[in-house]
Ligand binder design. Sequence first.
Ligand code: ZN
Length: 134
Amino acid sequence: MSNTQNTHNVAASGRDFDFFYAGLERQELLAQKCAACGALRNPPAPACPSCQSLKWEPVALAGHGIIFSFMVHHHPPLRDFPVPLPVALVDMAEGIRMTGPMEGTPPDSLRIGLPVAVEFVRRGDVAAFRFKLI
Ligand code: ZN
């Protein structure tokens, strides 16, 4: 994928993610909740992986969890992010996992099992989020 001005979170998100980015504009971290069986899911997808229902509603997450795993991105350089960039896979309090950047957190301070919370930020014109250690 080329790193051009057109490469952008929202432009590249696809319609499944539209509600998620709309939630970030309101400083809400949203996930899909199946309207048929109640299962939460992330990342966004058209159908419930548990019951295949296409009906769902957005629900706001509490915004905290535990680091399940993490990596530190070094190369290539990223638009809108400093490198090295920690990226965490977080077990959210609601039981689903969510991936998020942790720019501003020293990579050496990350450990599996540490608690994190969401912080809403803006990257240019785009509402976004990152995780920070708590
Ligand atoms: Zn379901």
